[in-house]
Every structure is written in structure tokens, then in C-alpha cells.
Design a protein. Structure first.
Length: 148
């Protein structure tokens, strides 16, 4: 077995997860390898320190603030969603009514009608394109949990 393979067995040895034959081979290697013996001692010290560590339980005040902030964020998010949906519906309805009036109005020239229709079509296409790009980027963003 190569030296690097013994290093991989070290954590399993400390956790008692090695088979008996692997354990005997590893212990035999330890007797002849100063580097692995030294590293094993360091791992044991590290495990002792980690076993002595205790998590500090947050105070009730911290939990109250946490749940309060979740409620506020949820409330604001729902508010923004409804505001956005309402604005989108009104804009599309207004655009539809504008197009309907333009088409029915005989005083507006055909060039103006085509120009305004092209302008509205371009805005809709750009809106959908940007919205789709944002949703795709958000789903693929590996760092969305990182606060900037």
C-alpha cells in the first residue's frame, strides 16, 4: 500500500471504521512511519478539542427577532409580488386598449399605427427576455446565499 493510501485510512482508524485487517496493516505502518504517527497525534488532539466544544444556545430575544424578521420579509415579499402582478396586468391591459383604439381610429395614419405596434411589441419582447434571463440567472447563481 502506498503512503498516501495510509493517510486516507487515518480518519477511518480514528473513528474505528476500519476492518480488522486494515487496522492491523495501518498500525504496522504507524510503527515504521514517523510522519503518519505525528499526523495521527495531531488528529487526536484536534478531535479532543472538537469533542470539548459546545454550541452556545441563543437567547429567547434572538429567536424572537429572528421570527419577527422572517414575518416582515415574507410580508414585504408578498406585497411586492402583488404590486408587480397588478402593475403587469394594468400595463398589458392598457397596452391592449391602446392598440385596440389605434386600430379603430381612422384618423391615425397606417405608418403611426405600425410604428406604435412595433414599439409595443418590442417592449413586450424585451420585458419577457429580461424576465426570463433574470429567472434563469437566479436559479443558476451559486452565490445567491452570499450576502454582498
Amino acid at each position: 500500500m502506498k503512503h498516501e493510501e495510509f493517510k486516507k485510512l487515518m480518519v477511518g482508524y480514528l473513528d474505528g471504521k476500519l476492518r480488522k485487517d486494515e487496522e492491523k496493516v495501518f498500525e504496522t505502518h504507524l510503527k515504521g512511519c514517523r510522519e503518519c504517527s505525528r499526523e495521527l497525534k495531531e488528529f487526536k488532539k484536534l478531535m479532543e478539542v472538537m469533542n470539548d466544544m459546545k454550541y452556545k444556545e441563543p437567547e429567547d430575544k434572538v429567536w424572537e427577532g429572528y421570527w419577527s424578521s422572517i414575518y416582515n420579509r415574507l410580508e414585504r415579499t408578498i406585497g411586492w409580488i402583488f404590486l408587480s402582478i397588478g402593475a403587469i396586468v394594468l400595463l398589458f391591459y392598457g397596452g391592449f386598449k391602446l392598440i385596440e383604439e389605434l386600430i379603430k381610429d381612422p384618423t391615425v395614419t397606417i405608418i403611426a399605427k405600425v410604428g406604435i405596434l412595433a414599439l409595443l411589441a418590442g417592449l413586450v419582447i424585451l420585458f419577457v427576455s429580461v424576465l426570463r434571463e433574470r429567472v434563469f440567472a437566479y436559479k443558476k447563481d451559486r452565490y445567491k446565499e452570499v450576502k454582498r
